[in-house]
Design a protein around this ligand. Sequence first.
Ligand code: SAM
Length: 290
Amino acid sequence: MKPEHHRLYRPSVLKEVLEAHGFSFTKSLGQNFLIDGNIINKIVRGAEITKEDNVLEIGTGIGTLTEELALRGKKVLAFEIDKGLEPILKDTLQDFSNIHIVFEDILKAEVKDIVTKEFGEEPFKVVANLPYYVTTPILGKLLEEDLNISSITVMVQKEVGQRMVAKPGSKDYGSLSVFIQFFTNPSIITKVPKTVFLPKPKVDSIVLRMDVKEPIIGIEKDKFFRIVKAAFSKRRKTIINALSTYGLPVDKREIRHALETSNIHEGRRGEELTVDEFIVLSINFPNIGT
Ligand code: SAM
């Protein structure tokens, strides 16, 4: 069977492919496949994929998004944990010579080595309909591993996406917002209803694009994130109290001094501090070891 291009998202085609191969969904792997061509278009357009672009995809499913990325982009490297999808993908993506699928858990794979083998030193874009049970570990790995990523456009669970883009002072703002906004400038591409997936998930979704920022020179990331964690550990407390009772090896007097030097009033709360204020604070903060 040779499905036409641009048709994999059709529920009838998807069902036919899955049946032909005797495939059944594994819920615990976050297998909710896209069945809406419009959403696929919005994702790929949102990511602004052109013939110049190398793309990394996580979780191919039957190759619905992979196909579109390969048609519009230069090369696609994809990770898929489920080896049971291999025969299906051999079939659905047989006409493409610019797709390389690695059947490994992205969280265990030597991503940097594999990416460098595929793309050399060239920058690349990440595009994915993520498996939701590992959204944060995957984004954490991609952002912390010093890869040459220019942007990340991904489908995530709506509530998680809202936390990622949240601004200081809002109820959704927390350490995940600071983590994402430390590395990237995130924005919402589109909201996505449950009905565009098969099987239909319990949660709503959102597509986010995160443009990766230039790394900040002179910042100790470990120290930065320990301060952020401490600041959000006691949401009702003032920043001075949260930082001095969390167990950082620094006394209150030194914390007060660091806040003063950073021009941050000690009576404010952690959830009001911008990412830039956390950056200044961590630069002025005494050494906290490892
Ligand atoms: N891209 C396809 C689509 O949009 O129809 C599938 C998206 S589905 C939400 C997530 C995919 O990620 C599944 O195919 C699942 O098997 C795969 N996956 C789950 N955990 C993974 C992991 N740790 N590493 C790589 N792929 C994973």
